[in-house]
Design a binder for this molecule. Structure first.
Ligand code: AP5
Ligand code: ZN
Length: 217
């Protein structure tokens, strides 16, 4: 299956994508995680991305699309993928369509995770991620690690993301409404959007997502 996950920052896209990718046996491709991996390796791409991410802005399309394309062309993504955080504006969605059409492929569904602003703000405020891999995600209250400050998966140190400060979160929400939300209408016109509530326990949201995707099959 080829799926796009969309939803406001902190809705739980990364959390759900990890679980859904496992169930659906496709790789989880997160442009946010790819940028963060570049930042920790201190690559040129990482340095460029960090300046935009820390301000809560989108990284320019040209580099983002090239990075996403490169990842989607890896052998493990041949049979499908779950895109998390890409596309994030209409021109990225158009670029993805073009890429898929060239390869004779198409998307199966766009899963839209809906969550009210006060909930995503709480989720982001308590989020802690792992220094070794930003896909290892915890929460001070909702998903505590067995040992405080230590990643359950790999033993890495947990910390708060640089772009999770209150001001940057406000900016990211604004960018979501103005630049990312329009892709929902773009995909609605293609009949691909499935909307579910992101509220409730993580397991319940996963169940809801799998049922919604099954109906699309
Ligand atoms: P990115 O990393 O994609 O961040 P985001 O979209 O802002 O989303 P988040 O990672 O903040 O949240 P999430 O929805 O994944 O929630 P999570 O599962 O962690 O992007 C970061 C930046 O990179 C962008 O601002 C931009 O600069 C750049 N970028 C990335 N892609 C780009 C692109 N395509 N183009 C241009 N720029 C791009 O959950 C949040 C917390 O809540 C966690 O602590 C979790 O444990 C907890 N939680 C999850 N589910 C539940 C639940 N059901 N109940 C209680 N708690 C829960
Ligand atoms: Zn870890």
């Amino acid at each position: 299956m080829r799926i796009v996950l969309v939803g406001p920052p902190g809705a739980g896209k990364g959390t759900q994508a990890t679980r859904l990718a496992e169930q659906l046996r496709v790789p989880h491709i997160s442009t946010g995680d790819l940028f963060r991996a570049n930042i920790s390796r201190q690559t040129e791409l990482g340095k460029l991305a960090k300046s935009y991410m820390d301000a809560g802005n989108l990284v320019p399309d040209e580099v983002t699309i090239a990075m996403a394309k490169d990842r989607m062309e890896q052998p493990d993504a041949e049979g499908g993928f779950l895109l998390d955080g890409f596309p994030r504006n209409v021109s990225q969605a158009e670029a993805l369509d073009e890429l898929l059409t060239t390869e004779g492929m198409k998307l199966d569904a766009v899963l839209d995770l809906e969550a009210p602003e006060e909930e995503v703000v709480k989720r982001i405020a308590g989020r802690r991620i792992c220094r070794n891999d930003s896909a290892h995600v915890f929460h001070e209250t909702y998903k505590q690690p067995a040992k405080a400050g230590v990643c359950d998966v790999c033993g890495g140190e947990l910390y708060q993301r640089d772009d999770d400060s209150e001001d940057t979160v406000r900016k990211r929400l604004e960018v979501y409404h103005t630049q990312t939300e329009p892709i929902i209408d773009y995909y609605k016109a293609q009949g691909l959007v499935v909307t579910i509530s992101a509220l409730g326990p993580v397991d319940e949201v996963t169940k809801r997502a799998l049922e919604a995707l099954k109906r699309e099959d």
